[in-house]
Design a protein around this ligand. Structure first.
Ligand code: PLP
Length: 451
């Protein structure tokens, strides 16, 4: 791409483009980085830089960039049937085949899927389905869904309400009613003085307390990500999920595992809930389902909910024009086939994740790092001003480090003062070595910038 064209594109971008999750005024002072192509685990910008994408886009390009098989799947489907819907007693082969495949991969008690176009739409669907379920149970007063502080479930009104991101709640008026939030299992940030397993139990006990406070007759469901991603790769202590499952079972409330990030191999299993051995009633999915090549999401629906909806629910007045879009479904199906044929989950479990865990942990020795944690191919570094007291920097250092990462040739994301990574699952040991060197170089440059 020639420079003239690039600066023209930047100008047009600042004139006309409102970016998601961006301070557009600040962006326009410098102009955006324009990404033009990608291959494997690397992206390339219009200024000729090659950058290791340690975020797999937005936690989604699980199979890596540049897969011709997915291009062919999209092109073939677009020639055959580019679009049709699944409303009003119709269906098409890609949606049917994908539904069958997904329910084969899911735990035994999950045999249905409702398709959407994104993770946020999946969580909107969750809210409608949960409330409909309790209405059909003859308990319409059970409307409250409990989520977690700092959880992320998307950006639509329902997604933002279920999530516990304070800045999102503060913008633009009231969120959905009847959504409550409990503490997150964030040991480094909120429980360091305790034994991690005791802290995990304490964090889980806030669900029990919330149910008691609200009255179980009002509580419909609990929603959480197996590992909180956008909140800063919060990996719960091992004691946490079994206790959450016990509380949900004891009170008969629905358990929803938001698998939008953890699904499709991120933790070395098809779903994060399989890693933690929990049994969710509903599992919203998106991202890795198509490795981000085309937009598609869904909700995997357990028998407890699906049977009632089907047997007694009549018409469910809910759906999207692009629910189960044939071209997107064909790409998702091919993506899953590739993950299977190339044994990508085994690669994560047996090779990439153990090697990544060992090398990532080495970054804990860096003067700016208070903790280096990982699970599967998710990693986080806690930036600290003082390695002994673990005191934090003033806000803003995470953003500085993220910008320096880009300059150094790696995409890492900052969540406050936590740096996070989520590389493509196909990453090799050699590429992990490179990721670690680039991360270390970025931390060194950040330390130098701080003087
Ligand atoms: N749920 C989780 C756990 C996510 O991480 C995200 C996006 O990051 C979403 C839902 C929303 O997905 P989308 O951006 O596709 O609407």
């Amino acid at each position: 791409m020639d420079t003239h064209n690039t600066s023209e594109l930047r100008r047009e971008d600042s004139r006309h483009h409102l970016h998601p999750f961006t301070d557009t005024k600040e962006l326009n002072e410098k102009g955006c980085r324009i990404i033009t192509k990608a291959d494997g685990i690397y992206i390339y910008d219009a200024d000729g830089h090659k950058i290791l994408d340690a975020m797999a886009g937005l936690w989604c390009v699980n199979i890596g960039y540049g897969r011709q098989e997915l291009v062919d799947a999209a092109a073939g489907q677009m020639q055959e049937l580019p679009y049709y819907n699944n409303f009003f007693k119709t269906a098409h082969p890609p949606a049917i085949k994908l539904a069958k495949k997904l329910t084969e991969l899911a735990p035994d008690h999950i045999n249905h899927v409702f398709f959407t176009g994104s993770g946020s739409e999946s969580n909107d669907t969750v809210v409608r389905m949960v409330r409909r379920y309790w209405q059909l149970q003859g308990k319409p007063e059970k409307t409250v869904i409990i989520g977690r502080q700092n959880g992320y479930h998307g950006s639509t009104v329902a997604g933002a309400s279920l999530g516990g991101m304070a800045p999102m709640h503060q913008q633009g008026g009231p969120m959905l009613p009847d959504i409550e939030h409990i503490a997150q299992p964030y040991w480094f940030g909120e429980g360091r003085e305790m034994d991690p397993q005791e802290f995990g139990l304490l964090a889980a006990s806030s669900l029990e307390k919330k149910i008691q406070q609200l009255g179980v007759e009002r509580v419909a469901a609990f929603i959480a990500e197996p590992v909180q991603g956008a909140g800063g790769v919060i990996i719960p202590p091992a004691s946490y999920w079994p206790e959450i499952q016990r509380i949900c079972d004891q009170h008969g409330i629905l358990l929803i595992a938001d698998e939008v990030i953890c699904g499709f191999g991120r933790l070395g299993r098809w779903f994060g809930s399989q890693h933690f051995d929990i049994k969710p009633d509903l599992m919203p999915i998106a991202k890795g389902l198509s490795s981000g090549y085309l937009p598609i999401g869904g909700v995997l629906v357990g028998d407890r909910v699906a049977d009632l909806l089907i047997d007694e629910g009549g018409e469910f007045y809910h759906g999207f024009t692009y629910s189960g879009h044939p071209s997107c479904a064909a790409v998702a199906l091919r993506n899953i086939e590739l993950l299977e044929q190339e044994r990508v989950l085994e690669h994560v479990r047996d090779i990439a994740a153990p090697y990544f865990a060992r090398r990532w942990a080495e970054l804990a020795s860096h003067p700016l790092v208070g903790e280096a944690r990982s699970l599967g191919l998710l990693g986080a570094l806690e930036l600290v001003a003082d390695k002994v007291t673990l005191s934090r920097f003033e806000p803003g250092i995470g953003g500085l480090c993220r910008d320096i990462c880009f300059e150094t040739g790696i995409v890492m994301r900052s969540v406050g003062e936590t740096m996070v990574v989520s590389p493509p699952l196909v990453i090799t040991e050699e590429e992990i070595d490179q990721l670690i060197s680039l991360a270390r170089a970025s931390l060194d440059a950040t330390a130098r910038r701080l003087g």
